[in-house]
Design a binder for this molecule. Sequence first.
Ligand code: ZN
Ligand code: ZN
Ligand code: ZN
Length: 370
Amino acid sequence: MVVFEHRLAQARASMVDRKVDFLLLSVGADLPYFCGYEAMPLERLTMLVVPRDGDATLVVPHLEAPRVVERPDVFDVVTWRDGEDPIDLVAKCLSGAATAALGDQTWAGFALDLLSACPNLQLARASEVTAPIRMVKDAAEIEALRHAAAAVDRILADVQIGAMPLIGRTEVDVAGQIARRIIDEGHQRVNFTIVASGPNAASPHHEAGDRVIRQGESVLFDIGGTMAGVDGVGYCSDITRCVHIGPPPDGFAELYEVLYASQAAGVAAATVGTPCAEVDQAARQVINAAGYGEFFIHRTGHGIGIEAHEHPNMVSGNELPLAAGHTFSVEPGIYVPGMWGARLEDIVVATTDGPEPLNRIDHGLAVVDC
Ligand code: ZN
Ligand code: ZN
Ligand code: ZN
């Protein structure tokens, strides 16, 4: 309970700095982070109304109320029934406010209705208030991320030693087996199971399909899920490893060497105080120097926590200096269309003792024979 009071106190301090009168949180990860309740992404409005001073109110559909764990020290609950107008309830709470920070993932329809009900209200993105707070993980959150990382490590470690047969199976068949393992290893939800064989790995977010995996080609695995963590709020895993079935051809082995060096450089650069853009640059310059620059077509990494992708991004232009407790991926990739691709990804925590990767399994190109 204390954790949510502490987080809301942080939010209120930020609202004072930013001259925001109200924080309005609906679907998305901000809501569970600040009050322990996750709204279903429904057409019925759920909204936590947080004034800069005064008590927070959770406006929630009557039929969802049984799911709410009441935390009277954190928020009051106001329910509405079908036929009533929940925007009215929110507008009453706002009574004459000038500015509100609205959850970034709030349905646009509700934002429009809110502006109709409060035509003078200035809206900002809630992430301006919430992201700087959510980015810095406390010890319990890092522990939750560590458990999730260890779980996916166990799965891909089995793939690396050849304990999961690949030859002759379709990508989607292997992806299904991995999805079951993600749950068996303690996750509550599977978020993605990318299994990309041969030339399919040149598409970074390839959807596992009917392609049959064959001897003599590479397979990229990028998998992750959500594991119940702190106060019932889940935290995410996300890892990428590549294997080669049989000895890799020289071109692919070389490409992977470059990728390996790039990822290590990105992790090494992720020290407290270093701007996020420099982590991207550290990984990118290794790939550029080897002549593969045009094939590295995305940012180096993204923040991770309650969401699989959250702030901060390791991307050019993001001058935010890393702080202790920032958790993020370092995942350069090299994608040669029509031929092959590879990516190598760890989740990393910035600490005062240096970058700490949460994924610990081997980073090399594992050669398997089954
Ligand atoms: Zn991705
Ligand atoms: Zn990933
Ligand atoms: Zn990732």
